[in-house]
Design a binder for this molecule. Structure first.
Ligand SMILES: [Zn+2]
Length: 222
């Protein structure tokens, strides 16, 4: 599997979760999924939202909680979440079909479409990220915990063997460590980074290399 192939496959995961792939495209993706745990995990994450979107029952609308006021923003954030830093490059986003379905569901019945679903009842929120290093391709989600915000960073292109540290900047300017990781080069990496800054107080997170340069930043501004 080449990184390019992996990238192309990841872009079709949203369509796959919606059942929109067929024939050769479907066969190719399924073959890739067999050998790629990162894509299987990503597919499970994308697919986890879909049941929430399908739960539009007209008879129960009175009991359906109102959509969160920031849902529109979150759809936009999801659509931006994995835009590559290289200017002008157009990449299909695997969340795009899901975001479109969420928007459609809202038009139909005002369902509470929690865009990225949740794991164990804890919402996962896509974070808009910007890579300063063009070889870095990454997406991120933020998970609010009672003890602070967790960032799940999913990407590749971080220099193999190099140490990176991750800091969360709070609204008051404090910079708090969210841990470190070692780059895996072209191999996909999913990394959980935990900080003691509460989600509501977090402004952004940054991935910093050993030289102190920021290679990636993600907006946590609300
Ligand atoms: Zn893959």
């Amino acid at each position: 599997m080449t990184p390019d192939e992996h990238r192309a496959m990841r872009e079709s995961l949203g369509d796959h979760a919606m059942g929109r792939l067929e024939g050769h495209e479907l066969a190719t993706l399924e073959a890739h999924l067999q050998g790629c745990p990162a894509c299987r995990e990503e597919l499970a994450e994308v697919a986890s939202v879909l049941p929430a979107l399908g739960r539009v029952d007209p008879d129960r609308l009175d009991h359906t909680p109102a959509p969160p006021p920031d849902l529109g923003d979150r759809i936009v954030a999801a659509a931006r979440a994995e835009r590559p830093a290289s200017a002008g490059a157009r990449t299909r986003n695997r969340w795009a079909p899901v975001a479109a379905a969420a928007a459609a569901a809202l038009l139909v019945g005002g369902v509470a479409g929690y865009l990225v679903g949740d794991h164990d009842g804890i919402p996962r929120e896509p974070v808009a990220v910007q890579a300063m290093d063009p070889t870095v391709q990454a997406t991120a989600v933020a998970i609010p915990h009672t003890w602070g915000v967790e960032i799940v960073l999913d990407g590749d292109g971080f220099r193999s063997g190099a140490t990176y540290r991750v800091v969360v900047e709070a609204e008051d300017g404090r910079e708090v460590s969210a841990g470190e990781f070692i780059g895996t080069g072209a191999s996909p990496m999913v990394c959980n980074l935990n900080s003691s800054v509460l989600r509501a107080d977090a402004e952004e997170f940054r991935v910093v290399d050993v030289a102190g340069s920021t290679v990636l930043r993600g907006s946590l501004a609300t």
